[in-house]
Design a binder for this molecule. Structure first.
Ligand code: ADP
Length: 380
């Protein structure tokens, strides 16, 4: 049986789409509608955005009768959803109820689902949850050390995000090494605009850096990652900042952007190379980014005990050799030796560690759309 899966990723102000052949593992078409709902944008809302995408699909000349399923990336599955789920009215209502946990993302996901179900009424729609892979976190990793009753009442725990990518990359890592995922311990470093780390033992996630929300953990484009929660109380008391301002500060004006003024990693590297005061700020941002990454690598080596592989993925992880080299520099004593030649060249999934490195270091391109398409295809 052949056919295509339309993969939709509705963000707060953008919708990414891809038309995927899940059996061949190829993308036939992909695109992006941006600036949804922003002033002066021709795309007033998500409904208009999806209409535009439908138009682009028709204009592409691809026979839309070949679309046999639609896969939806949904950011938060809460404690309700972990496996890919066939979407029904009840599922939509339950995802809507999770809006509180992901106020920026889940509402956009729900609108995407509702419009797409009208556009493609005769095929299964499948929700794939960004939190799903981390459902298996052991209690010691999932719990925050706060009042148990408060945590239970409000659903406060480590959920983790980018799960589709961490799962896909950990499995691809095993495939590259010709090993069974069940016997492999892997650290996955997903370094994109958002960034997260995971420790995967025998195919199951045992730790990850993002928490209740995608704000915790590594330094990101505009997000702070880890910070003393006391900073929030302090800024509330001394600067009078309220919840909305603090949310904006940590989610939009922090990370690389907060430290250097730019959130895009390419711009950060250019700015650092240009020197001057701005170059110094970019250099500091780079150093903070690397330092945090090294702390997580060290922590996850201890969580796993035996680490067979470390895989770098996403925009920065796949493309910036210096980040990979600096993140793992000087760890020969821990059995990790990156080979500069291998690290600096090559394309696609590949090994970049030296032959005598006890832990194999790899670059493994992520492909969340393909993973979502394959998950949706199972319902056809
Ligand atoms: P998203 O989280 O939006 O999916 P990506 O995984 O595409 O993000 O990663 C985006 C980040 O990767 C940006 O900071 C971008 O600058 C960086 N990036 C992508 N390609 C390169 C490159 N060739 N060199 C340096 N940085 C890159």
């Amino acid at each position: 049986m052949t056919g295509l899966v339309l993969v939709l990723n509705s963000g707060s102000s953008s919708i990414k789409y891809q038309l995927v052949d899940p059996v061949a593992g190829t993308a036939l078409l992909s695109g992006l509608v941006e600036q949804i709902g922003e002033a002066d944008s021709p795309v007033a809302d998500h409904t208009a955005g999806l209409r535009l995408i439908h138009r682009q699909l028709i204009d592409s000349g691809i026979d839309l009768a070949a679309v046999r399923a639609v896969g939806h990336r949904v950011v938060h599955g809460g404690n309700l959803f972990h496996a890919p789920t066939l979407i029904t009215d009840e599922v939509v209502a339950e995802v809507e109820r999770l809006d509180e946990l992901a106020p920026l993302h889940n509402p956009a996901n729900v609108i995407g689902i509702e419009v797409a179900r009208k556009d493609f009424p005769d095929v299964p729609h499948v929700a794939v949850f960004d939190t799903g892979f981390f459902h298996s976190l052991p209690p010691a990793a999932a719990h925050y050390a706060i009042d148990h009753d408060v945590a239970t009442e409000y659903g406060i725990r480590r959920y983790g995000f980018h799960g589709t990518s961490h799962e896909y990359v950990s499995r691809e890592t095993a495939a590259v090494l010709g090993r069974d995922p069940a016997e492999l311990n892997t650290i996955v470093l997903h370094l994109g605009n958002g960034a997260s780390a995971s420790a995967v033992r025998g195919g199951m996630a045992v730790e990850t850096s993002m928490g209740l929300t995608p704000l915790e953990g590594l330094v990101m484009g505009t997000r702070s990652g880890d910070i003393d929660p006391g900073v929030l109380f302090h800024l509330n008391r001394t600067a009078g900042m309220g919840v909305a301002q603090l949310d904006e500060l940590l989610n939009r004006r922090s990370g690389l952007k907060g430290l250097s003024g730019v959130n895009d990693f390419r711009e950060l590297l250019d700015q650092r190379a240009a020197g001057g005061a701005a170059g110094e700020a970019a250099g500091l941002a780079y150093d903070v980014y690397i330092h945090r990454l090294r702390k997580y690598v060290g922590a996850y080596l201890a969580v796993l005990g035996r680490t067979d592989a470390i895989a770098f993925t996403a925009g920065v992880g796949e493309n910036v050799a210096d980040v990979r080299a600096d993140a793992l520099a000087g760890l020969e004593g821990l059995g990790i030796t990156v080979d500069p030649q291998r690290n600096g060249s090559g394309k696609g999934a590949r090994i970049i560690s030296a032959d005598d490195s006890r832990t194999t270091v790899l670059v493994v391109p992520t492909n969340e759309e393909l993973a979502i398409a394959r998950a949706a295809w199972k319902f056809v």
